[in-house]
Every structure is written in structure tokens, then in C-alpha cells.
Write a protein that binds this ligand. Structure first.
Ligand code: F6P
Length: 343
């Protein structure tokens, strides 16, 4: 009997449970596979901490946020003998292949395991939508909707108080969430990591609106946006096992600078993990399910070292190597469209 280990790594993401359900339902029903769920990402594989993963375990989870398997940012490549420990767990659990569901960090480990001849099929996950090799990742649309709803709410309070509202959204390397929610929410300025910003230009957009009679403005900023010639602004100094600094704080800096330079009242809001929580939109449930089904089919076909992806409207496999080469940055045309509405 073929046995497959499944894990979810990195930040959680709406739609993860849809992927897990897709893998297990197709895998048990059509391929006759058995599954082992690993707790808390690679940490569970290292420690051989498992949870039952059968048709019963995945009942009623399609609409539920988070991940029934738990997640962590544990990096087995930073653990002495980490790869041997993974092999040992696979041997102990009689596992034939692994399906890790995660972003560039989790899939970076998957790629390394592929190099070590361990059979792995990856599923791309990130609300940031910055993984190359796929047009979209599940969770992104839900995050954009949550951010757009928040921007709509900030609009009415901005207008009541004649304020500049600065809304910080997630997006470490790429401004997908900022650009999409900012465009959908009618933002007057959108700041993304791909385009270092000039604070005076930001203030000019605000001033020009006020000069034209509008007494409020909405600024949407990705957490990874940087001022021209400057560095990431974070209120934190901790880094995770993959070397990423914890982000958060650029909106605070913008609130101070905008009110200081323009004299207008400004307030910041950081949406933070609200963007990752709760029930996935239908789009993400569908995409997650399609990825899950395709991942287990890829195992059945022996297509290891690959990752599921969305190409246009089709689900296809791409190599982990190709997907991990560099982050997928925001399309410049998209930003230029959003820019039409600045100021
Ligand atoms: O998964 C990516 C991400 O959503 C980034 O945008 C953000 O910086 C990070 O996760 C936050 O992660 P954590 O939950 O570890 O604070």
C-alpha cells in the first residue's frame, strides 16, 4: 500500500484545508493510497509527530480557515542531520512520498529533498502571491477581499474626520495584495516593495487631493515597501529560521511623516494576520482543491520534484527548481493602472 506524508509549512493561508481534503479524497478514492499527516510543518517530520489523515479526518474542513495539520517555520536544513531525520521518519512511517504545501521556504526544503532523491511533490501556498511558476496561489484572493473590506471601512471614517488613513497589508517581496486591494478599494496612493517610494511624492498626492477639495486620503502600503535609498522599516528585530526579518511598521512611519510634512491628521492601521485568517473565498477553495487533486495525481504518475501550478485556467506541473528561482513580482502594467487613480 502506497503511503504519503502531507504537511503544511510557513504562514497559514485560507484554502490549505481544501488542498489537504483534495489530496486525501482523490488519493483514497481513486488511487487507494493511505496518508499520514505531519503536525506543524517540517517540525512534525523531524520529530515524527503525526496525526491520522483519512477520509474521516478531512470531513467538514473545506470552508474552514487555517490548517488542520498545524504549521511552523521550522527549517530542517538548519538542523544537524535534518535530512537524515526526515529519511528516518519516512522509513518509520513506511512513507513512499511527501506532499509539502508551502511557500518558497517550505518548497525550498522540498527542492533540496528532491536533490537527495526523496520523492516529493510540492503545492504552492502564499497569500502574498509571490511564488513564481504559478499565475496565482490560493489564499491570495481571500486576503485581497479582507483588505478591500477593511479599506472600504477606513474610507467612511477617513471621510468623517478629514483624515489620511494609512493601511498596511502583507507583502514581503511583492505588492500583489497592496496593489489589488488598493485598486479595488479606491486607494489614493499604493506603495509596494517593487517601487521604492519618495515620501515627498506621497505627500504631494495627498496635498493635491486636498487642494482639489477632497479632505481625506487613503494610502495602502505593503509591509515590505521601502523609501527611496532607505531600508525595510520594521518595528521588530526578530528573524525566523529562514532568515526573514519579522515585518510590520512601515505604516507607523508613514503616519508620522505624512502628518508632519502636510499638517493633515493621519492614522495608521496594520491589518496583519487578519488577512490570513478565516474562511477562504470560493475561488481559493476551488484552486486549493484543484491543486490537492493534481498533487496526488502527480505522485501516482511519479512526477517528483514538481509543483502544482495554475497556468491561465489550467492546472499544470512545473519543476520546483523553476518555481523557486526568484520571487514573482507585481506586473508593472498592473501598477501603472492603479497609478492612474493616485492623488
Ligand atoms: O506567508 C507570508 C507572510 O504572509 C508575509 O507576508 C508576512 O511577512 C509573514 O507571512 C508573517 O509571518 P508570521 O506569521 O510568521 O508573522
Amino acid at each position: 500500500m502506497t503511503r504519503i506524508g502531507v504537511l503544511t509549512g510557513g504562514g497559514d493561508c485560507p484554502g490549505l484545508n481544501a488542498v489537504i481534503r483534495g489530496i486525501v479524497r482523490k488519493g483514497t478514492k481513486v488511487h487507494g493510497y493511505e496518508f499520514v499527516g505531519f503536525r506543524s510543518g517540517w517540525a512534525g517530520v523531524l520529530k515524527n509527530e503525526t496525526t491520522p489523515l483519512d477520509a474521516e479526518a478531512v470531513r467538514g474542513i473545506l470552508h474552514v480557515g487555517g490548517t488542520i495539520l498545524g504549521s511552523s517555520r521550522t527549517n530542517p536544513l538548519k538542523v544537524d542531520g535534518g535530512i537524515d531525520q526526515i529519511r528516518e521518519t519516512m522509513r518509520a512511517q513506511q512513507i513512499d512520498a511527501l506532499i509539502p504545501i508551502g511557500g518558497d521556504d517550505t518548497l525550498g526544503v522540498a527542492k533540496r529533498l528532491t536533490d537527495e532523491k526523496i520523492p516529493v511533490v510540492g503545492v504552492p501556498k502564499t497569500i502574498d502571491n509571490d511564488l513564481a511558476g504559478t499565475d496565482y496561489t490560493f489564499g491570495f484572493q481571500t486576503a485581497v477581499q479582507i483588505a478591500t473590506d477593511a479599506i472600504d471601512r477606513l474610507h467612511s471614517t477617513a471621510e468623517s474626520h478629514d483624515r489620511v488613513m494609512v493601511c498596511e497589508v502583507m507583502g514581503r517581496h511583492a505588492g500583489w495584495i497592496a496593489a489589488h486591494s488598493g485598486l479595488a478599494g479606491g486607494a489614493d496612493v499604493i506603495l509596494v516593495p517593487e517601487r521604492p517610494f519618495d515620501i515627498e511624492e506621497v505627500c504631494d498626492h495627498v496635498r493635491s487631493r486636498h487642494a482639489a477639495g477632497q479632505k481625506f486620503s487613503i494610502v495602502v502600503v505593503a509591509e515590505g515597501a521601502v523609501p527611496e535609498g532607505g531600508d525595510i522599516q520594521s518595528a521588530f528585530d526578530t528573524t525566523d529560521a529562514f532568515g526573514h526579518v519579522r515585518l510590520g511598521g512601515i505604516a507607523m512611519m508613514l503616519e508620522k511623516e505624512i502628518s508632519h510634512r502636510t499638517g493633515f491628521d493621519a492614522r495608521m492601521t496594520n491589518l496583519g494576520h487578519v488577512q490570513r485568517g478565516g474562511s477562504p473565498l470560493a475561488y481559493d477553495r476551488v484552486l486549493g482543491t484543484r491543486f490537492g487533486v493534481a498533487a496526488v495525481d502527480a505522485v501516482a504518475a511519479g512526477h517528483f520534484g514538481m509543483m502544482t501550478s495554475l497556468q491561465g485556467t489550467s492546472i499544470e506541473l512545473v519543476s520546483l527548481e523553476e518555481a523557486l528561482r526568484e520571487p514573482k513580482l507585481l506586473d508593472p502594467d498592473f501598477y501603472e493602472t492603479a497609478e492612474v487613480f493616485f492623488g
